[in-house]
Design a protein around this ligand. Sequence first.
Ligand SMILES: [Cu+2]
Length: 478
Amino acid sequence: MSRICLPTVDRRKLLLGGASLAAAAWLPRSALGAVTPAQEFTLAAAPARASLVGPPHPETDVWCYNGSTPGPEIRVRQGERIRVHVENRLPEETTVHWHGIRLPNAMDGVPHLTQKPIAPGETFAYEFTCPDAGTFWYHPHQRSFVQVGRGLYGALVVEERETVPVDRDVTWVLSDWRLLDDASISGDFGNMHDVSHNGRVGNTVTINGRIPETFAARAGERIRLRLINGANARIFGLEFEGHRPQIIALDGQPVEPHAPLNNRVVLGPAMRIDLLLDMTAQPGQRFCIVDTFYRGLEYKLLDLVYADDAPLRDLANATPVRLPDNPLPEPNLESAQRHQVTLGGGMMGSMRTAILDGQQVDIRTLMHNGLVWAINGVAAKGHVHEPLLTLERNRPYILELVNDTMWHHPVHLHGHSFRVISRDGKPTRYREWQDTVLLSRQERAEIAFVADNPGDWMIHCHILEHQAGGMMGVIRVT
Ligand SMILES: [Cu+2]
């Protein structure tokens, strides 16, 4: 019953797809308990060519899983166990990180910290259970600013146990490339300008590996649109002209359905947002979806095109879909221990020194080592460090994340989801569960969680050039 689907899945077809699939859906998973056999998948990471821009432009040399970028969408159901054989056919070491999945530390895919990197020609089997339903993704954690930037990533969708009442379930893996005139990838990965400013923001945006032109819809349709930001550094701010999308999940975790602030869906690198998109306009109409995040650099992502068919239904009084909560431990804020995690450095910042390999060094020495960022005054080189925090297992914690820089940072904690409980001292309205929280320049946010997953977990900026430039650390749960 393994299913690897194309990035866009038509749920109606899946549901009506014949007796064999229907029968598979009724296998007694829960009855089998812990001995449920894992579903097997294979991901082969290798160089390939892809038509990102489309004719007449040449194809682009990319790095792919199973020959495509994004890699295959892995779809499983909540509570199922998967085993993924990752074959490395790249010219360098790699690993795979299962972003947002609460899994055992040894399966987290962090080179040297949780596993030996997979050498060229070798295979590593990742095996874990997916406890939470939602939209997740996978990508390398080894030299990710190069490997993700060359096209290695894919969606991991964990379906709810109960069917969610939508007409179509659509995944958009958003990405961003820096291409030269001949459609080849610019080789300037990790240059100091990108590292010290806002990262490698590219010049070509793709959805599911292609420059999109139109998205076809039907009047009266309800679409669950799973947005995944797989870009190294680009932050998206999507506006759906003529429509009122509702956010129903953030980073895979259900949230009280709500309209995005200013009707703009903001998605930092590595973040996921599930939208309920009601097609409330008339047959034959056409709308723009635009990305307005960077002022002065707004562009049209694609056109939303309605078919001429009669409306599927009247959505005038339709109520939003509320997804069932995942089994996350609720942190007790009264008894939670507090810590501060401060991000520093970067251009126009105030950082003059940081600790590198246990020594206080000046900014010139840091830059000589390719580092311009720090967490709590420590600039990280590589993935293995003394923990910046050691947390006691099963205890609640509040971390105050302080962005003491002039740049945005999407901060990702591995192995846990956390509630974002305040921003700049004000309680958040939805106390959303996330695994990656986007901080604006000089912004503070409090996150709360129960440290229930033992091991050494990365906390880092998901602008991959910032991570490579020192903005990462380790949180140990004992
Ligand atoms: Cu950053």
